[in-house]
Design a protein around this ligand. Structure first.
Ligand code: FAD
Ligand code: DLZ
Length: 509
């Protein structure tokens, strides 16, 4: 009997799930799992050192778990002498080494990597990644023929499809969405319930040394490093969230408190996105807390909506819109990203806090990303591509499929309104209402004119006026144009002058 050559089973750094399709398609007794830490993936943007450390450490431990489970694993470390330093290069090298003539992969979550594998001289069969609730083709069918896409309707379909938080054919509690009861400003003394911190073991310590040496110059603090790097640890993080932070998730999901990075958020996106957790177990754990009476419906529904609603919707948009999505620039913005995004060196307290948290934790929560760093970049007219590259680099959970629709679409309106029905912009008042930053800021949130005024205020009007043609007819924005029309001419002129002056010294704000 002639032995068939082995096939290579490619597992990428965000595919660390034991039940992933490439492994299901493989033959443990014959095939070889290929995993590789490669320079190309670690440097296509200047990833935060914590993000690289998370991925490398989790890859190394996943490879060991596969070996323990009887798989043959060819694992390449970044510093291995033979490392071809690209995913395709490693497939070619391992094929030559083992005699493999084909490879199996779970389709990557990024157009760039999909294209690279398609062009690989060793045929790579890409199987659709079924770790998501909604397949790209199902999303395309749902989107087909709709005049506009709205997450809320998609989300209801996902609730029906899964039966999560359903009472027969009806939504649990009689409503699909309980946001009316959510989004309170922070109460006095609201502070972090820290997520669990995992002591680095030998594998993690080795990776930290490597990352420090090779990526130490990237923006972001590597140490202290306490992320989960195995599925078992990520399950501990999930349980901790469900018990300690989920009950008030809804109330405080939009709140911002100076120096408090985590509040009631789950800090699970990075584990979910690299495959240590899956959407189903997270949503089931949240639903079980509601059914047991340990978390209220407004929090549980709001949380589950983020995962089977927003997360799936965002992924659907990424694959629906195609590889050119990250180049969209519907508002024609071209300003460079202010230098303080890479240092936190600004007198604006809200921006400083969000950027320094990002530096320290490779994390900031949704409202900081949307209404602080994103809002500022949009109001100031920063080139969306630069904004996209910043977000893709600095967050531990950032992978293009999820980052780009959030940044290009939701935050920068650069897709012209596919993700968001209107730009997410606000002056300082929103930040003042939802945070305690403004009382500690060098700028005055109640003023919109002059050098001491909160820069968000004049920027907000400058944005509306320079985009009047595009937005004045949007029914959700028309009211603000009416407010502007009622302001006296001198105030209007001084507001726009303030914005222009601030734009001229944007790096010094
Ligand atoms: P929680 O607040 O606890 O929310 C629970 C979960 O819901 C998250 O873990 C995440 O999986 C999911 N979720 C919530 N909102 C979204 C959303 N809009 N899109 C997709 N999933 C969502 N999320 C990423 O995973 N990667 C990114 O690169 C990313 N970039 C973003 C950039 C901008 C400008 C904005 C506005 C949002 C971005 N998000 C991104 C979405 C969201 O901010 C993060 O998922 C969330 O902050 C992660 O923290 P958490 O796990 O504590 O989330
Ligand atoms: C993000 C990332 C990094 C930093 N490094 C690697 C790596 O060395 N090897 C690898 O297989 N994957 C890595 N990744 C994740 C890939 O870039 C990811 O698969 C694509 O972004 C697709 O989502």
């Amino acid at each position: 009997m002639v032995n068939s050559p082995p096939r290579l089973i490619l597992i990428l750094g965000d595919q660390l799930s034991p039940a992933i399709v490439a492994l299901r398609e493989a033959d443990k007794s014959r095939d070889i799992v290929v995993m590789a830490e490669v320079w190309d993936e670690a440097s296509y943007v200047p990833h935060h050192p914590k993000k690289i450390a998370l991925i490398f450490a989790a890859m190394r431990k996943f490879a060991q778990e596969l070996r323990n489970d009887g798989w043959s694993v060819a694992y390449t470390r970044l510093d291995d002498a033979q490392n071809a330093q690209s995913l395709v290069g490693e497939v070619i090298r391992r094929a030559a080494e083992t005699g493999a003539q084909e490879a199996i992969a779970t389709a990557p979550a990024e157009w760039r990597v999909i294209a690279a594998l398609e062009d690989c001289p060793i045929p790579v069969h890409q199987f659709p990644d079924d770790r998501f609730l909604c397949h790209a083709s199902e999303f395309a069918d749902w989107a087909e023929g709709r005049k506009e896409l709205r997450m809320e309707f998609f989300y209801r379909e996902m609730r029906r499809k899964t039966g999560i938080l359903m009472a027969g054919d009806h939504p649990e509690g009689g409503k699909w969405n309980f946001d009316h009861d959510n989004r309170e400003p922070p109460k006095e003394g609201l502070s972090n319930r820290m997520p669990p911190q995992f002591e680095p073991d030998e594998t993690v310590l080795e990776v930290l040394d490597l990352v420090e040496l090779r990526f130490g110059a990237h923006f972001g603090r590597l140490r202290p490093f306490w992320f989960a790097t195995t599925r078992a640890e990520a399950l501990v993080a999930l349980e901790d969230f469900i018990q300690n932070r989920l009950p008030d998730f809804g109330r405080y999901q939009d709140a911002m408190v100076q120096g408090e990075a985590f509040l009631n958020h789950s800090i699970l996106s990075m584990y979910l996105n690299i495959g240590l957790l899956n959407w189903r177990e997270i949503c089931e754990a949240a639903e079980a807390a509601y059914r047991k009476g340990t978390a209220p419906l407004n929090s549980v529904e709001g949380f589950i909506r983020q995962i089977i609603g927003w997360r799936e919707y965002i992924r659907g948009i990424y694959f629906l819109e195609g590889p050119d999505y990250t180049s969209r620039n519907a508002l024609g913005h071209s300003r460079s990203l202010p230098a303080f995004y890479w240092s936190g060196d600004t007198d604006m307290a809200c921006l400083r806090d969000a950027i320094l948290q990002t530096r320290d934790h490779a994390y900031s929560h949704h409202i900081q990303r949307l209404m602080v760093t994103g809002n500022f970049a949009l109001l100031a007219g920063v080139d969306p591509k630069e904004v996209h590259e910043w977000y893709l680099a600095v967050y531990a959970d950032a992978f293009e499929w999820v980052e780009a629709p959030n940044v290009i679409g939701m935050s920068q309106f650069a897709d012209g309104g596919i993700v968001a029905s209107k730009p997410y912009v606000s002056g300082g008042n929103y930040i003042h209402k939802m945070s305690n930053h403004c009382g500690r800021c060098a700028y005055k949130v109640k003023e919109k004119i002059g050098a001491q005024a909160c820069p968000f205020n004049a920027f907000y009007w400058h944005f509306l006026i320079r985009n009047k043609e595009k937005f004045a007819k949007n029914p959700r924005m028309a009211q603000m144009y009416r407010v502007w029309a009622k302001m006296d001419a001198d105030t209007c002129a001084a507001t726009l002058e303030t914005a222009e002056a601030n734009l001229a010294r944007i790096d010094q704000l």
